[in-house]
Design a protein around this ligand. Sequence first.
Ligand code: SF4
Length: 426
Amino acid sequence: MKIAVLTLGCKVNKYESDALEYQLNLNGFETTDVLCPADIYVINTCAVTAEAEKKSRQMIARCKKFNPNAGIFVCGCASQNNSVQFLNKDVVCVSGVAGKFKIAQYIAEFAKNHQKTQKKQQFIDDLPTEYEDDMHAKQNRTRAYVKIQDGCNNFCSYCIIPYLRGRSRSRPIFSIINEVASLDENIKEVVLTGINVTDYKIDGEKGLGILLEELDTMGKRLRLGSVEDTLVDEEFIKKLTTFDNFCPHFHLSLQSGSASVLKKMNRHYTPEQFENSVGLIRKYFPLAGITTDVIVGFGDESEEEFEETLNFVKRVGFSQLHIFTYSKRDGTVASKLYKDLPAQIKQSRSDRLEEVAQTLKNNFIKKNKKGKVLFEERVDGFYVGYTENYIRCYVKSKKDITGQILPVKIGRPFKDGAKAKIIKKI
Ligand code: SF4
């Protein structure tokens, strides 16, 4: 029996899907993470925006096109948020966030009964939000996402995640170290992920520095997932310079460059504080990749507020921007306080910001002459991977270089990154 585990949304969701695939493999099922003909589909949904939730629902119909008789299991944030939206005759089970790890067991039962009766029985799993600690990602890549934390205490006014995934809790350090130690040799890079990685704690105290110090000795490149401005203090950044394997790439969540919008978002920093953090990072890592997320059209964002963001983003000179168009999420504080701006205003702001993002990205690429790339895949005749500071490089090579970390000379911007050539040494 073949099971397709399909993921929408963030790296934490992908990590959890991989862990589920791993469990299913242990139970003897063949799995894939691509949409293709299968007997069972697991859709791991996302609720970060109304659009993500819609795409999660649409995935049911997309699976049905491949196999109208397949058993469909739905889990993840969107089903935790509103399980009823996924109940239709094709769906066998709707589970929530933590409940997704019981799906392997439900699938085993379903597979047994299905063979006998060919009849689907529909049910909704209970939807708790406890922390699952004993999961391990499937290992078939050059880079592994390792989850270190779940939940969030920040309650940004636009975000529904703290209501779906609960309060912040950190995975015990020994459990993370064990997982990294058990990764295959072909995995050369570990990305530490979580809903709010910045909040990683050991015995109730800030723990990311200690965790990185331990992992640094394990011979894998280390990259942080999305972090908050509060992570950045001089002692911590200075400590990072002492690690051999730390990748100087900081995905520092901005959301807006306007002080008034940040306040309405319930984000606890000002643009000035954020800029100081970036300055501190660049003091110790002059060529750090500093990437960010920006939400355009939040609440009643005025043209002036948007322009503050536009100017801020240019001034900081991010190496990449992920732009999100704001959409109201029921159940959040912002949905009660603000009307939605017209779609065309939001789209036009998003387009203007996108143009700036492209220029900034190209500027950053031009500043970088060399780097070390972990080659992950082959795309259109190029070997492709990322430098330590997160420039996606495209290299031609006669030999298969997938899975290797090699020094490159970085050339001109190309596609979503840059062309590059392998060199002997940096
Ligand atoms: S930090 Fe804010 S945006 Fe991020 S998960 Fe927590 S509440 Fe949501």
